[in-house]
Structures are given as C-alpha cells and as structure tokens.
Design a binder for this molecule. Structure first.
Ligand SMILES: CC(C)(COP(=O)(O)OP(=O)(O)OC[C@H]1O[C@@H](n2cnc3c(N)ncnc32)[C@H](O)[C@@H]1OP(=O)(O)O)[C@@H](O)C(=O)NCCC(=O)NCCS
Length: 177
C-alpha cells in the first residue's frame, strides 16, 4: 500500500523533467475544461513555462516517478500577484494528499518570491478542486462566463506579509502543512 505522505517529494522541476511533465498533462488532458490541448500543444505549453523566468513548474515525485505537477506565475498581470495553474495529479495517485501538497508548495514558493496574494481559477463544475482551494483558505472572488460556454471561478489567498522574513518560506510551509 502506497504511503505517499512519507514518500512524496515536492520540488521545482526543470528541463530534465520535460517528458515526464508532458506525460502527466497528457494523462489528465481530457479532464480539464476546456481540455489543455484545446488551447495549446502540450510540448509548447511545457516549453513556454520552462523558458519563462516569471514561471516555474513544480513536481510531485513518488518512487522516482513524477505523478503530479503544477505551475506558478510571478507578478501575474500586476506586481506581487501570483497565479497557480495547471494543477494535475495522475488518476491512480489521487486522494492521497498530493494535489494539496503541490498547491501548498506553490503558495509557499510564491510567498517566498515576494508575492502578496495568490490567484487560482477553475471551472465551476470542478467540485474536487473547489473544495480543496476553500479548505486551503482561498476565498471565491469572482464567477465569470467564459466564451459563452462555462463558468470560471476565481479564488484569492492574501498572504499576511507582515510574516515575511528570511525564514518566511519555512514558516509558511510548516503552517500550510
Ligand atoms: C484536483 C486534483 C489535482 C486533486 O488531486 P489529489 O491529489 O487527488 O488531491 P488531494 O488528495 O490532495 O485532495 C485534496 C482535497 O481535495 C478534495 N478532493 C480531492 N478529491 C476529491 C474527490 N474525488 N471528491 C471530493 N473532494 C475531493 C478534498 O477536499 C481533499 O481533501 P481530503 O482528501 O482531506 O478530503 C486531481 O483530482 C486532478 O488532477 N484532477 C484533474 C485536473 C484538475 O481538475 N486540476 C485542477 C484544475 S484547476
């Protein structure tokens, strides 16, 4: 029986992880609304984020296999606003806390990089993600119809920036865990 709490390692991804990130995204593509591949080829998407200094991929590794990913964007649309996007965990590794750990790591990373708030969005029928974001303390701030077809929900988490210090990352990380 897998015990991911002990075995899951969350860290930043890099070019060595290029194919593995694509494999995770390919496995979950059809679950996204709209599909990830509707807007962009997966290789283009992964390359674009790896090449962008304002973005990072974060990976979850279990037994040397990348089983989940998420992307972060710094200074998204305005200074100090972070965005978390493209959260995905392989179906056979779900309900084990890996998605939550990826989002928590992403939040800690954004906090450590001087962001004062984090935005995350999902489609309105994604009850799993909505519940997770609300449990993590995100507040729903907007509901918007996209391209006339589905509703997108926007969630925001404001950091307590008075907590920021050289040890802020580890403090926030331990608080979130
Ligand atoms: C959303 C997703 C990343 C969650 O990953 P995960 O590793 O299964 O999530 P976790 O195990 O960390 O679960 C965290 C919380 O999410 C909620 N959750 C997860 N799966 C759920 C389910 N099937 N039903 C209801 N709530 C669920 C719960 O609140 C859960 O906490 P709990 O297990 O303590 O009850 C995963 O389901 C996924 O990749 N889905 C397809 C892509 C997607 O929807 N991405 C998000 C786009 S914004």
């Amino acid at each position: 029986m897998l015990e991911p709490q002990e075995k899951t390692i969350i860290s930043e991804a890099n070019w060595d992880n290029y194919e593995a990130i694509i494999n995770v995204l390919r496995a979950v593509d059809a679950e996204f609304v709209p599909r990830l591949t509707e807007g962009e080829n997966l290789r283009v998407k992964v390359t674009r984020i790896l090449n962008d200094q304002r973005r990072d991929w974060i990976k979850a590794v279990v037994d040397n296999r990348i089983v989940g990913v998420v992307a972060v964007i710094y200074n998204y649309r305005r200074p100090r606003l972070g965005l978390i996007e493209t959260l995905a965990v392989l179906p056979q590794y779900r309900r084990l806390g890996i998605g939550r750990q990826l989002v928590q790591y992403a939040m800690a990373k954004l906090f450590n990089c001087d962001m004062d708030a984090v935005l995350i969005t999902t489609w309105e029928t994604n009850g799993t993600a909505i519940r997770m974001y609300e449990e993590l303390g995100f507040k729903k701030i907007m509901r918007k119809k996209v391209e006339g077809s589905y509703f997108k929900l926007f969630f925001l988490f404001n950091f307590d920036t008075s907590e920021r210090s050289p040890t802020g990352f580890s403090r926030l990380w331990s608080y979130l865990r």
